[in-house]
Design a protein around this ligand. Structure first.
Ligand code: AMP
Ligand code: GLY
Length: 410
Protein backbone atom coordinates (compact mmCIF):
# COMPACT_ATOMS: atom_id res chain seq x y z
CA UNK A 1 0.00 0.00 0.00
CA UNK A 2 2.89 2.33 0.76
CA UNK A 3 3.96 1.99 -2.89
CA UNK A 4 0.64 3.34 -4.16
CA UNK A 5 0.64 6.90 -5.52
CA UNK A 6 -2.68 7.33 -3.70
CA UNK A 7 -1.05 6.77 -0.31
CA UNK A 8 0.88 9.42 1.63
CA UNK A 9 1.61 7.47 4.78
CA UNK A 10 0.80 4.09 6.29
CA UNK A 11 0.33 4.01 10.05
CA UNK A 12 0.45 0.53 11.63
CA UNK A 13 -0.74 -0.93 14.91
CA UNK A 14 0.95 -2.72 16.46
CA UNK A 15 3.35 -3.13 13.55
CA UNK A 16 6.81 -4.65 13.76
CA UNK A 17 10.35 -3.61 12.77
CA UNK A 18 9.56 -4.32 9.10
CA UNK A 19 6.51 -2.06 9.10
CA UNK A 20 8.42 0.52 11.08
CA UNK A 21 10.63 1.09 8.03
CA UNK A 22 7.53 2.08 6.04
CA UNK A 23 5.66 4.37 8.41
CA UNK A 24 4.95 5.09 12.05
CA UNK A 25 3.96 2.17 14.29
CA UNK A 26 1.76 2.47 17.37
CA UNK A 27 1.93 0.12 20.30
CA UNK A 28 -1.74 -0.91 20.28
CA UNK A 29 -2.54 -4.62 20.10
CA UNK A 30 -4.58 -5.99 17.20
CA UNK A 31 -7.38 -7.08 19.53
CA UNK A 32 -7.47 -3.89 21.62
CA UNK A 33 -10.65 -2.50 20.08
CA UNK A 34 -10.94 0.53 22.36
CA UNK A 35 -7.28 1.39 21.85
CA UNK A 36 -7.60 1.08 18.06
CA UNK A 37 -10.70 3.29 17.92
CA UNK A 38 -8.90 5.89 20.03
CA UNK A 39 -5.89 5.70 17.71
CA UNK A 40 -8.10 6.14 14.63
CA UNK A 41 -9.72 9.22 16.12
CA UNK A 42 -6.26 10.61 16.79
CA UNK A 43 -4.79 9.88 13.32
CA UNK A 44 -7.98 10.46 11.28
CA UNK A 45 -6.89 8.19 8.42
CA UNK A 46 -8.65 8.25 5.04
CA UNK A 47 -8.79 4.46 4.94
CA UNK A 48 -8.50 1.78 7.60
CA UNK A 49 -7.44 -1.74 6.60
CA UNK A 50 -8.11 -4.36 9.25
CA UNK A 51 -5.55 -7.10 8.70
CA UNK A 52 -6.18 -9.97 11.10
CA UNK A 53 -9.27 -11.92 12.13
CA UNK A 54 -9.39 -11.15 15.87
CA UNK A 55 -10.45 -7.47 15.63
CA UNK A 56 -12.89 -8.31 12.82
CA UNK A 57 -14.54 -10.94 15.00
CA UNK A 58 -14.70 -8.37 17.82
CA UNK A 59 -16.59 -5.91 15.63
CA UNK A 60 -13.89 -3.30 15.06
CA UNK A 61 -15.15 -2.61 11.52
CA UNK A 62 -18.67 -1.88 12.76
CA UNK A 63 -17.46 0.53 15.42
CA UNK A 64 -15.16 2.40 13.03
CA UNK A 65 -17.84 2.63 10.34
CA UNK A 66 -20.29 4.01 12.88
CA UNK A 67 -17.70 6.70 13.59
CA UNK A 68 -17.62 7.62 9.91
CA UNK A 69 -14.38 5.96 8.85
CA UNK A 70 -13.90 4.16 5.53
CA UNK A 71 -12.99 0.61 6.49
CA UNK A 72 -11.70 -2.38 4.52
CA UNK A 73 -12.93 -5.45 6.39
CA UNK A 74 -16.24 -7.15 7.15
CA UNK A 75 -18.63 -6.50 10.00
CA UNK A 76 -18.57 -8.64 13.13
CA UNK A 77 -21.45 -10.70 11.85
CA UNK A 78 -20.07 -11.22 8.34
CA UNK A 79 -16.67 -12.12 9.84
CA UNK A 80 -18.38 -15.10 11.49
CA UNK A 81 -17.69 -16.83 8.17
CA UNK A 82 -14.19 -17.22 9.59
CA UNK A 83 -14.77 -16.92 13.33
CA UNK A 84 -17.32 -19.74 13.53
CA UNK A 85 -17.04 -22.89 11.43
CA UNK A 86 -20.62 -23.78 12.41
CA UNK A 87 -21.91 -20.40 11.15
CA UNK A 88 -19.92 -20.77 7.97
CA UNK A 89 -21.15 -24.33 7.28
CA UNK A 90 -24.75 -23.30 7.96
CA UNK A 91 -24.48 -20.43 5.46
CA UNK A 92 -23.00 -22.72 2.81
CA UNK A 93 -25.86 -25.17 3.30
CA UNK A 94 -28.41 -22.35 3.07
CA UNK A 95 -26.96 -20.95 -0.16
CA UNK A 96 -26.27 -24.34 -1.76
CA UNK A 97 -22.49 -23.87 -1.84
CA UNK A 98 -20.46 -27.07 -2.32
CA UNK A 99 -18.54 -28.15 0.81
CA UNK A 100 -17.93 -31.28 2.88
CA UNK A 101 -20.92 -32.91 4.61
CA UNK A 102 -20.80 -32.20 8.33
CA UNK A 103 -22.33 -32.33 11.79
CA UNK A 104 -22.12 -29.83 14.64
CA UNK A 105 -21.74 -30.94 18.27
CA UNK A 106 -21.35 -29.70 21.83
CA UNK A 107 -21.53 -33.17 23.46
CA UNK A 108 -19.13 -36.08 23.04
CA UNK A 109 -21.68 -38.94 22.77
CA UNK A 110 -23.57 -37.68 19.68
CA UNK A 111 -20.27 -36.55 18.13
CA UNK A 112 -18.84 -40.06 18.50
CA UNK A 113 -22.03 -41.63 17.16
CA UNK A 114 -21.83 -39.33 14.10
CA UNK A 115 -18.18 -40.31 13.57
CA UNK A 116 -19.32 -43.90 13.18
CA UNK A 117 -21.45 -42.93 10.20
CA UNK A 118 -18.32 -41.53 8.46
CA UNK A 119 -15.24 -43.18 6.99
CA UNK A 120 -11.58 -42.44 7.80
CA UNK A 121 -9.79 -40.07 7.78
CA UNK A 122 -11.93 -38.06 10.20
CA UNK A 123 -11.88 -34.26 10.19
CA UNK A 124 -12.52 -32.49 13.51
CA UNK A 125 -12.68 -28.71 13.70
CA UNK A 126 -12.92 -26.37 16.66
CA UNK A 127 -15.78 -23.98 15.90
CA UNK A 128 -13.91 -20.80 16.87
CA UNK A 129 -10.65 -19.07 16.02
CA UNK A 130 -7.52 -21.13 16.70
CA UNK A 131 -4.80 -19.49 14.57
CA UNK A 132 -4.91 -22.22 11.92
CA UNK A 133 -4.35 -24.97 14.48
CA UNK A 134 -7.95 -25.90 15.36
CA UNK A 135 -8.26 -28.78 12.89
CA UNK A 136 -7.41 -32.41 13.66
CA UNK A 137 -7.31 -35.00 10.91
CA UNK A 138 -7.51 -38.42 12.58
CA UNK A 139 -6.69 -41.65 10.78
CA UNK A 140 -8.45 -43.98 13.24
CA UNK A 141 -11.66 -43.94 15.27
CA UNK A 142 -9.65 -44.14 18.50
CA UNK A 143 -7.65 -41.06 17.53
CA UNK A 144 -10.81 -39.22 16.51
CA UNK A 145 -12.58 -40.12 19.78
CA UNK A 146 -9.61 -38.80 21.73
CA UNK A 147 -9.66 -35.62 19.62
CA UNK A 148 -13.35 -35.08 20.40
CA UNK A 149 -12.75 -35.49 24.14
CA UNK A 150 -9.77 -33.16 24.04
CA UNK A 151 -11.53 -30.41 22.09
CA UNK A 152 -14.77 -30.53 24.06
CA UNK A 153 -12.83 -30.43 27.31
CA UNK A 154 -11.31 -27.12 26.28
CA UNK A 155 -8.13 -27.69 24.26
CA UNK A 156 -8.79 -24.41 22.45
CA UNK A 157 -10.79 -22.84 25.28
CA UNK A 158 -14.23 -21.54 24.28
CA UNK A 159 -13.20 -21.88 20.61
CA UNK A 160 -13.67 -25.66 20.86
CA UNK A 161 -16.81 -25.74 23.02
CA UNK A 162 -18.57 -26.45 19.72
CA UNK A 163 -17.14 -28.95 17.28
CA UNK A 164 -17.66 -29.51 13.57
CA UNK A 165 -17.05 -33.00 12.18
CA UNK A 166 -16.62 -33.15 8.41
CA UNK A 167 -16.34 -35.56 5.58
CA UNK A 168 -12.73 -35.73 4.33
CA UNK A 169 -12.34 -34.21 0.87
CA UNK A 170 -9.70 -35.61 -1.49
CA UNK A 171 -7.99 -33.27 -3.91
CA UNK A 172 -5.63 -30.33 -4.12
CA UNK A 173 -6.14 -27.18 -2.05
CA UNK A 174 -5.92 -23.59 -3.24
CA UNK A 175 -6.89 -20.12 -2.05
CA UNK A 176 -9.08 -17.73 -4.03
CA UNK A 177 -9.55 -14.07 -3.05
CA UNK A 178 -12.53 -11.86 -3.79
CA UNK A 179 -12.49 -8.16 -3.02
CA UNK A 180 -16.05 -6.97 -2.57
CA UNK A 181 -18.11 -4.05 -1.35
CA UNK A 182 -21.08 -6.37 -0.83
CA UNK A 183 -22.35 -5.81 -4.37
CA UNK A 184 -19.51 -5.96 -6.89
CA UNK A 185 -16.68 -8.49 -6.77
CA UNK A 186 -13.17 -8.59 -8.21
CA UNK A 187 -11.02 -11.70 -8.16
CA UNK A 188 -7.28 -11.95 -7.60
CA UNK A 189 -5.10 -14.73 -9.05
CA UNK A 190 -5.34 -17.93 -7.00
CA UNK A 191 -2.54 -18.89 -4.61
CA UNK A 192 -1.52 -22.07 -2.85
CA UNK A 193 -0.53 -22.28 0.81
CA UNK A 194 1.51 -25.06 2.45
CA UNK A 195 -0.26 -25.72 5.74
CA UNK A 196 1.67 -28.71 7.06
CA UNK A 197 4.85 -27.98 8.94
CA UNK A 198 7.06 -30.50 7.12
CA UNK A 199 8.38 -31.07 3.61
CA UNK A 200 6.10 -33.17 1.42
CA UNK A 201 3.06 -31.88 3.37
CA UNK A 202 3.79 -33.91 6.50
CA UNK A 203 3.35 -33.18 10.22
CA UNK A 204 0.79 -30.99 11.97
CA UNK A 205 -1.13 -28.08 10.44
CA UNK A 206 0.23 -24.57 10.89
CA UNK A 207 -0.94 -21.09 9.97
CA UNK A 208 0.93 -21.63 6.65
CA UNK A 209 4.60 -22.33 5.89
CA UNK A 210 4.86 -20.80 2.44
CA UNK A 211 2.84 -19.95 -0.63
CA UNK A 212 3.05 -19.25 -4.31
CA UNK A 213 0.87 -17.71 -7.00
CA UNK A 214 -0.54 -18.17 -9.53
CA UNK A 215 -1.68 -21.69 -8.62
CA UNK A 216 -2.16 -23.66 -11.86
CA UNK A 217 -4.61 -26.06 -10.16
CA UNK A 218 -7.12 -23.20 -10.35
CA UNK A 219 -7.34 -23.14 -14.12
CA UNK A 220 -9.83 -20.98 -15.99
CA UNK A 221 -12.56 -23.56 -15.71
CA UNK A 222 -12.12 -24.09 -11.95
CA UNK A 223 -12.00 -20.31 -11.39
CA UNK A 224 -15.26 -19.91 -13.32
CA UNK A 225 -16.87 -22.57 -11.11
CA UNK A 226 -15.56 -20.93 -7.92
CA UNK A 227 -17.19 -17.68 -9.02
CA UNK A 228 -20.47 -19.21 -10.12
CA UNK A 229 -20.93 -21.96 -7.53
CA UNK A 230 -19.25 -20.46 -4.46
CA UNK A 231 -18.48 -16.72 -4.42
CA UNK A 232 -21.61 -15.39 -6.16
CA UNK A 233 -24.16 -17.41 -4.15
CA UNK A 234 -22.34 -16.62 -0.88
CA UNK A 235 -22.12 -12.87 -1.51
CA UNK A 236 -25.68 -12.65 -2.85
CA UNK A 237 -27.07 -14.75 -0.02
CA UNK A 238 -25.26 -12.78 2.66
CA UNK A 239 -26.45 -9.49 1.14
CA UNK A 240 -30.02 -10.74 0.93
CA UNK A 241 -29.90 -11.84 4.56
CA UNK A 242 -28.66 -8.38 5.52
CA UNK A 243 -25.16 -9.51 6.41
CA UNK A 244 -23.44 -7.83 3.44
CA UNK A 245 -19.82 -8.83 3.15
CA UNK A 246 -17.43 -5.92 2.66
CA UNK A 247 -13.70 -6.58 2.44
CA UNK A 248 -11.75 -9.50 1.08
CA UNK A 249 -13.27 -12.94 1.25
CA UNK A 250 -10.70 -15.73 1.32
CA UNK A 251 -12.11 -18.92 -0.15
CA UNK A 252 -10.06 -21.98 0.76
CA UNK A 253 -11.05 -24.63 -1.76
CA UNK A 254 -10.39 -28.29 -2.37
CA UNK A 255 -10.30 -29.09 -6.07
CA UNK A 256 -12.01 -32.48 -5.93
CA UNK A 257 -13.01 -34.90 -8.70
CA UNK A 258 -16.49 -33.29 -8.59
CA UNK A 259 -15.13 -29.75 -8.76
CA UNK A 260 -14.18 -27.06 -6.25
CA UNK A 261 -15.58 -27.37 -2.70
CA UNK A 262 -15.08 -25.01 0.22
CA UNK A 263 -12.63 -26.04 2.95
CA UNK A 264 -12.94 -22.78 4.84
CA UNK A 265 -13.58 -19.07 4.53
CA UNK A 266 -11.37 -16.38 6.03
CA UNK A 267 -12.53 -12.80 6.52
CA UNK A 268 -9.18 -11.31 5.48
CA UNK A 269 -6.25 -11.85 3.16
CA UNK A 270 -4.53 -15.16 3.85
CA UNK A 271 -1.13 -15.26 5.43
CA UNK A 272 1.21 -16.15 3.65
CA UNK A 273 -0.90 -15.97 0.47
CA UNK A 274 -1.20 -12.17 0.71
CA UNK A 275 2.56 -11.79 0.50
CA UNK A 276 2.80 -13.52 -2.89
CA UNK A 277 -0.20 -11.68 -4.27
CA UNK A 278 1.30 -8.31 -3.34
CA UNK A 279 4.68 -9.33 -4.77
CA UNK A 280 3.17 -10.51 -8.06
CA UNK A 281 0.50 -7.93 -8.83
CA UNK A 282 1.43 -5.57 -11.62
CA UNK A 283 -1.21 -3.00 -10.72
CA UNK A 284 -2.02 -0.96 -7.65
CA UNK A 285 -4.25 -2.78 -5.13
CA UNK A 286 -5.28 0.39 -3.30
CA UNK A 287 -8.10 1.54 -5.64
CA UNK A 288 -9.84 -1.82 -5.25
CA UNK A 289 -9.42 -1.76 -1.47
CA UNK A 290 -10.75 1.79 -1.37
CA UNK A 291 -13.72 0.86 -3.56
CA UNK A 292 -14.49 -2.08 -1.28
CA UNK A 293 -14.51 0.27 1.69
CA UNK A 294 -16.53 3.05 0.08
CA UNK A 295 -18.73 1.21 -2.45
CA UNK A 296 -18.59 1.54 -6.20
CA UNK A 297 -17.20 -1.82 -7.27
CA UNK A 298 -20.39 -2.89 -8.98
CA UNK A 299 -20.21 -2.14 -12.69
CA UNK A 300 -16.51 -1.30 -12.49
CA UNK A 301 -15.19 -4.84 -11.99
CA UNK A 302 -13.54 -5.04 -15.40
CA UNK A 303 -11.41 -1.95 -14.75
CA UNK A 304 -10.12 -3.40 -11.48
CA UNK A 305 -9.66 -6.90 -12.83
CA UNK A 306 -7.52 -5.62 -15.67
CA UNK A 307 -5.01 -4.65 -12.95
CA UNK A 308 -5.09 -8.15 -11.53
CA UNK A 309 -5.24 -10.24 -14.69
CA UNK A 310 -3.07 -13.32 -14.88
CA UNK A 311 -1.20 -12.20 -18.01
CA UNK A 312 0.31 -9.31 -16.07
CA UNK A 313 0.91 -11.15 -12.82
CA UNK A 314 4.53 -11.97 -11.92
CA UNK A 315 4.92 -15.49 -10.52
CA UNK A 316 5.83 -15.18 -6.84
CA UNK A 317 6.76 -17.41 -3.93
CA UNK A 318 7.20 -16.89 -0.22
CA UNK A 319 9.05 -19.06 2.29
CA UNK A 320 8.07 -18.75 5.95
CA UNK A 321 10.93 -18.78 8.45
CA UNK A 322 9.55 -20.06 11.76
CA UNK A 323 11.03 -20.57 15.20
CA UNK A 324 12.17 -24.16 15.82
CA UNK A 325 9.38 -26.01 17.64
CA UNK A 326 6.51 -24.19 15.87
CA UNK A 327 3.56 -25.02 15.70
CA UNK A 328 4.33 -26.41 19.17
CA UNK A 329 6.28 -24.59 21.87
CA UNK A 330 9.16 -22.43 20.63
CA UNK A 331 11.77 -20.09 22.08
CA UNK A 332 11.75 -16.31 21.76
CA UNK A 333 14.47 -13.67 21.75
CA UNK A 334 17.05 -15.19 19.39
CA UNK A 335 18.87 -12.80 17.04
CA UNK A 336 18.34 -12.82 13.27
CA UNK A 337 21.17 -11.55 11.06
CA UNK A 338 21.65 -10.89 7.38
CA UNK A 339 18.20 -9.48 6.62
CA UNK A 340 19.54 -6.37 4.90
CA UNK A 341 21.78 -8.38 2.55
CA UNK A 342 19.05 -10.90 1.82
CA UNK A 343 16.58 -8.11 1.03
CA UNK A 344 18.96 -6.64 -1.57
CA UNK A 345 18.82 -9.75 -3.80
CA UNK A 346 16.98 -9.28 -7.09
CA UNK A 347 13.19 -9.60 -6.87
CA UNK A 348 13.27 -10.25 -3.12
CA UNK A 349 11.07 -8.62 -0.46
CA UNK A 350 11.22 -9.71 3.16
CA UNK A 351 8.00 -9.23 5.11
CA UNK A 352 8.23 -9.35 8.87
CA UNK A 353 5.76 -11.26 11.03
CA UNK A 354 6.78 -12.18 14.59
CA UNK A 355 9.87 -9.99 14.84
CA UNK A 356 10.86 -7.42 17.41
CA UNK A 357 13.53 -4.75 17.65
CA UNK A 358 16.44 -5.81 19.87
CA UNK A 359 19.27 -3.65 21.19
CA UNK A 360 21.43 -1.72 18.69
CA UNK A 361 19.13 -2.21 15.73
CA UNK A 362 19.17 -6.02 16.03
CA UNK A 363 16.13 -7.97 14.87
CA UNK A 364 14.99 -10.69 17.24
CA UNK A 365 12.35 -13.40 16.99
CA UNK A 366 9.23 -13.07 19.10
CA UNK A 367 6.68 -15.31 17.41
CA UNK A 368 6.11 -18.71 15.79
CA UNK A 369 6.10 -17.56 12.18
CA UNK A 370 8.74 -14.87 12.06
CA UNK A 371 9.63 -13.85 8.48
CA UNK A 372 8.22 -14.21 4.98
CA UNK A 373 11.02 -14.35 2.47
CA UNK A 374 9.24 -13.44 -0.73
CA UNK A 375 10.39 -13.17 -4.34
CA UNK A 376 8.92 -12.67 -7.78
CA UNK A 377 10.45 -13.77 -11.08
CA UNK A 378 9.78 -14.44 -14.75
CA UNK A 379 8.79 -17.98 -13.81
CA UNK A 380 7.76 -19.69 -10.61
CA UNK A 381 11.06 -21.60 -10.69
CA UNK A 382 12.95 -18.32 -10.71
CA UNK A 383 10.80 -16.88 -7.91
CA UNK A 384 11.32 -19.96 -5.73
CA UNK A 385 15.07 -20.03 -6.39
CA UNK A 386 15.35 -16.34 -5.51
CA UNK A 387 13.39 -16.79 -2.30
CA UNK A 388 15.61 -19.69 -1.18
CA UNK A 389 18.77 -17.80 -2.15
CA UNK A 390 17.60 -15.05 0.22
CA UNK A 391 16.72 -17.60 2.92
CA UNK A 392 20.29 -18.89 2.70
CA UNK A 393 21.71 -15.41 3.31
CA UNK A 394 19.71 -15.05 6.53
CA UNK A 395 21.60 -16.17 9.60
CA UNK A 396 19.17 -17.50 12.21
CA UNK A 397 20.18 -20.87 13.69
CA UNK A 398 17.03 -20.98 15.86
CA UNK A 399 14.76 -20.84 12.80
CA UNK A 400 13.67 -23.33 10.16
CA UNK A 401 11.69 -23.44 6.92
CA UNK A 402 10.22 -25.89 4.46
CA UNK A 403 12.49 -26.56 1.51
CA UNK A 404 9.81 -27.53 -1.00
CA UNK A 405 7.58 -24.48 -1.40
CA UNK A 406 5.88 -24.59 -4.79
CA UNK A 407 6.45 -28.31 -5.34
CA UNK A 408 2.99 -29.05 -6.69
CA UNK A 409 3.28 -26.46 -9.44
CA UNK A 410 6.96 -27.09 -10.17
P1 AMP B 1 -9.32 -25.18 7.92
O1 AMP B 1 -8.85 -24.41 9.11
O2 AMP B 1 -10.76 -25.49 7.95
O3 AMP B 1 -8.84 -24.60 6.64
O4 AMP B 1 -8.54 -26.59 8.00
C1 AMP B 1 -7.15 -26.63 8.02
C2 AMP B 1 -6.64 -27.61 7.00
O5 AMP B 1 -7.12 -28.93 7.28
C3 AMP B 1 -7.10 -27.34 5.58
O6 AMP B 1 -6.33 -26.40 4.96
C4 AMP B 1 -6.96 -28.71 4.96
O7 AMP B 1 -5.61 -28.99 4.63
C5 AMP B 1 -7.37 -29.63 6.07
N1 AMP B 1 -8.81 -29.89 5.98
C6 AMP B 1 -9.78 -29.21 6.59
N2 AMP B 1 -11.00 -29.70 6.28
C7 AMP B 1 -10.79 -30.73 5.45
C8 AMP B 1 -11.66 -31.66 4.79
N3 AMP B 1 -12.98 -31.65 4.98
N4 AMP B 1 -11.09 -32.59 3.99
C9 AMP B 1 -9.75 -32.64 3.84
N5 AMP B 1 -8.88 -31.81 4.45
C10 AMP B 1 -9.38 -30.86 5.24
N1 GLY C 1 -2.90 -19.22 5.01
C1 GLY C 1 -4.13 -19.52 5.60
C2 GLY C 1 -4.67 -18.47 6.46
O1 GLY C 1 -4.28 -17.32 6.40
O2 GLY C 1 -5.55 -18.79 7.24
Amino acid sequence: MAQSPLVDVVHSAPGNPGMDEIGPCFDVAADDVDGLVKLALQIEPDLIVIGPEAPLALGLADILRARGFDVFGPSREAAQLEASKAFSKARMMKYGVPTAAYGEFTEAAPAKAFLRTMTAPYVLKADGLAAGKGVVIAETLAEADAGIDEMLSGKFGPASATLVIEEFMHGEEASVFVITDGKGAVYLPAAQDHKRVGDGDTGPNTGGMGAYAPAPVVNEQIMARVKREIAEPMLKGMAKDEIPYQGVLYIGIMVTAEGPKVVEFNARFGDPECQVLMAGLAGDIVPAILASATGGLKGNEAAFESLFELERFRPAATVVLAAKGYPGAYGKGSAIRGLKDAGKLEGVTIFHAGTDAGPDGAIIAKGGRVLNVTASGDTLREAVDRAYAAVDVIDWPEGFCRRDIGWRAL
